[in-house]
Design a protein around this ligand. Structure first.
Ligand SMILES: Nc1nc2c(c(=O)[nH]1)N[C@H]1C(S)=C(S)[C@@H](COP(=O)(O)OP(=O)(O)OC[C@H]3O[C@@H](n4cnc5c(N)ncnc54)[C@H](O)[C@@H]3O)O[C@H]1N2
Ligand code: MOO
Ligand SMILES: [Mg+2]
Length: 719
């Protein structure tokens, strides 16, 4: 559980000086001192100030200088925001102008969870009173995790004036941003500061807080219209597409105690087919795009018919190694082919140019695939010839010594017809013919890539593949790289590597991103990890494991509903394993730059390893198939298998029983063997499994030798 470890009821501020000059020579910086003075004189009693140790992060105002470089700005900011010991406020100076190296806003904006245009407006309005040059600054402001970030201009005077303009409101804003994590808010320090700012205390993150903030803005600084526009375009916070009154969050409010938590899941229990239908309904339709031809296209679905850009072969080509000859058209003259002919030229397959035309009564040596000389109409195989004489002038040196070339060759056969051993242009692939229909999958077996390459296809119409991230959740969940031994309740994070590899094996995604582990901190870490995942990796789908059942640290549902403004489409499925599987969506906003993309999806899978893997196969797969353009997104292949050994059904829920499917050589039937004990937590029940027996939810057994429906997760054993 992250906690703010502040020792006093003062807020912590950091100053980031962004300047190549100051970075080289810190003595040139005057902005830090000017800002410190503002905090000291006008914010006394509210901000921690440490003059002695300017670099101290734990106490007082921390000051850091970085050059005008995005990555360095990002690193400095996140070191202050992505930590339990976070800053309440970060002000930056510099890099907000129009010169090419001014890139502070560009570095900061992607880091912000929520923008604060009101603060920007306040600063600009105040500066414009002083100088029209205020228009030359491009400030941004907002919240990352629990920290307010504000960009000030580089000039000490400008920076100072801007900070002064908004300083009074910042303590209140900072406390709202710190929310649950702020020790101050709990300690009652809130009241005093809020009274000074003229507002009343409200719980953070709640809908009431939201409304309240707006009331406050109305009465103090902003016009109604201005506020209104914030609601629709300024905020980057995704909102539910149902209004709270239409559909209030069903999930628990994690800030409330056990007595406020539901003791029965409020989510209706869907059947597996109904859950899949809902997923396919919400999953966005595939988006066609054109991509350069490359092996990166493996797994893509072709979005419109493709015709051959070039004929294959492009020229008349020999099918064998031998000699290009002129076979008389007149059958009665064919015997003339048997005889001795001068070798006029050589045509190699490697040749980039055409060989010279073949004159009557001569032959030309030719290799497999090489262009046929004009005039020739067949190729005789080298096996059907002997050398009659060698040339003395055409000698070449080989590693084995001096070898002579043939001057004359005798053809031993006359059983040859015009066109023999020749491939006509376009006889493999004719120019302009349809080589692939829309809906064809470019497999990793190489065939489709081969045809596209051979026919000179430069760009390929395919469906855009979704970008997916995988996030584990849970305080106990420990990365596989932890050297061990494990202590306390630690558990190895097996779900993340297992899901990453499963999803990659489907080849339905352009990117499968490892999002790491989010701790069970109410809202903030899970929320910020999810937001970062969307923003930094431009994801369409996030897959999480853990935290979806009834425990007090099962935070996925409340975070999705209450913090991300998402819609939970279902929160329970009648199946074993996988009952608490949760499926939600968060709409894309206009300013997300996601042309044609409508919904971001969240598959919140149960934490038990068998549950996670089974539900990914049952629910995530059809969704990814639909987004990637598979015309019939039906999930795993369904086959009929014979049971080798009896299996017990679950009397309550239909079960997806992990099994190994092989081929019985004698009967040709598929045969399934159970992987043993099926407890959802037993990772061994998925080891080696390539099938899921679909067992009905009923008392009793399916007997040895009975036929049963089975979903194939991979290839049948034996391959
Ligand atoms: N009162 C109830 N309790 C539970 C119910 C219920 O209906 N009422 N449902 C049970 C079922 S069914 C399942 S499945 C689990 C689902 O649990 P959660 O999704 O909430 O997952 P956690 O509580 O976070 O963890 C469960 C289990 O899985 C382990 N885990 C979590 N993440 C990983 C990982 N990345 N790698 C490996 N193992 C992981 C975790 O340590 C726990 O042991 O809830 C039942 N409870
Ligand atoms: O439904 Mo849970 O996945 O059985 O253990
Ligand atoms: Mg749980």
């Amino acid at each position: 559980m992250a906690s703010q470890t502040q020792s006093s009821a003062l807020l912590k501020a950091a100053i980031l000086i962004i300047s190549d000059t100051a970075f080289k020579d810190p003595s040139t910086d005057k902005a830090a001192a000017a800002l410190e003075q503002v905090f000291e004189n006008e914010g006394a009693g509210k901000w921690q100030i440490a003059k002695d140790d300017r670099a101290a992060v734990s106490d007082g105002i921390a000051v850091k200088i970085v050059p005008d470089q995005k990555d360095q700005i990002t690193n400095a900011i996140t070191a202050w925001t992505d930590t339990d010991n976070f800053m309440n406020l970060i002000v930056t100076t510099g890099g907000t102008g129009f010169t090419p190296k001014d890139n502070t806003p560009e570095a900061i904006v992607p880091l912000l969870d929520r923008q604060a245009p009101g603060l920007v407006h306040g600063m600009l309005a105040a500066s414009l009173e002083v100088t029209p040059f205020a228009m030359m600054s491009r400030p941004v402001a907002g919240v990352r995790n629990s920290t307010i970030i504000i960009t000030l201009p580089g000039s000490p005077k400008g920076a100072k004036e801007n900070l002064q303009a908004i300083l009074k409101l910042l303590p209140h804003a900072c406390m709202q941003a710190a929310g649950e994590n702020s020790r101050i808010a709990h300690a009652g320090g809130t009241k005093k500061l809020e009274q000074e700012a003229g507002v009343a205390s409200v719980p953070p993150h709640s809908k009431t807080a939201h409304t309240h903030t707006h009331n406050h803005d109305h009465s103090h600084t902003h016009s109604h219209n201005h506020d209104h526009s914030h609601d629709h375009s300024g905020h980057q916070v995704p909102k539910a597409h149902t209004t709270p009154s239409e559909r209030p969050p069903q999930s628990n409010d994690p800030r409330l105690g056990a007595s406020h938590r539901a003791r029965q899941s409020p989510y209706p229990m869907l059947s597996v087919p109904d859950a899949v239908a809902k997923i396919l309904e919400v999953t966005p339709s595939p988006i066609p795009e054109t991509r350069p031809m490359s092996t990166d296209l493996v797994g893509c679905i072709i979005s419109s018919d493709i015709t051959a850009a070039e004929a294959v072969p492009a020229y008349r080509a020999s099918i064998v190694d031998g000699y290009a000859v002129i076979v008389p058209d007149d059958e009665t003259q064919r015997s003339k082919l048997k005889g001795t002919f001068p070798v006029a030229s050589v045509s190699h397959a490697q040749a980039a140019s055409m060989p010279p035309p073949l004159q009557p009564n001569s032959i030309a040596r030719i290799t497999t695939g090489a262009p046929l000389p004009d005039g020739a109409n067949a190729v005789v195989m080298v096996e059907d010839t002997v050398i009659s004489s060698l040339t003395s002038t055409n000698q070449m040196t080989t590693g084995a010594g001096t070898a002579a070339e043939e001057k004359e060759v005798s053809i031993l056969t006359d059983a040859l017809v015009p066109g023999e051993n020749i491939r006509e242009p376009g006889s493999d692939i004719a120019l302009g013919t349809t080589i692939f229909h829309a809906g064809t999958r470019i497999s990793g077996l190489g065939g489709e890539i081969g045809v596209l390459a051979a026919s000179g296809t430069q760009s390929v119409p395919v469906f855009r593949r979704p970008r997916v991230g995988v996030l584990s959740t849970g305080d106990e969940v420990t990365d596989i790289s932890h050297p061990g031994p494990l202590t306390g309740g630690m558990i190895r994070d097996s779900n993340r590597p297992s899901l990453l590899s499963l999803i990659r094996s489907w080849q339905l995604c352009d990117e499968v991103v490892d999002l790491g582990i989010a701790r069970d901190t109410p809202y903030s870490e899970l929320e910020s990890k999810l937001r970062d995942a969307y923003r930094l990796h431009d994801l369409d789908v996030i897959v999480t494991t853990g935290g979806v059942s009834m425990g007090e640290l099962d935070l996925l549902k409340p975070t999705i509903e209450r913090s991300l403004g998402g819609t939970i489409h279902f929160g329970r499925v009648n199946m074993k394993p996988g009952k608490p599987t949760t499926f939600a969506s968060v709409p894309f906003k206009n300013n997300d730059g996601a042309e044609g993309r409508t919904q971001r999806l969240i598959f919140a899978l149960p934490g038990n390893p068998a549950s996670a893997l089974v539900t990914a196969n049952l629910f995530l797969l059809p969704s990814l198939q639909k987004s990637a353009g598979v015309s019939n997104p039906h999930g795993l292949e369904r086959v009929s298998v014979r049971l080798a050994g009896r299996v017990r059904c679950d009397k309550g829920r239909p079960e997806y029983h992990r099994c190994v499917v092989g081929m019985d050589g004698r009967s040709g039937l598929l045969v399934a063997t159970s992987t043993g004990m099926q407890r959802s937590s037993r990772v061994g029940s998925v080891g080696g499994a390539n099938g899921l027996l679909c067992l009905p939810g009923k008392e009793g057994w399916l007997e040895d030798g009975e036929m049963c429906e089975c979903l194939l997760m991979g290839m049948v054993n034996g391959y």
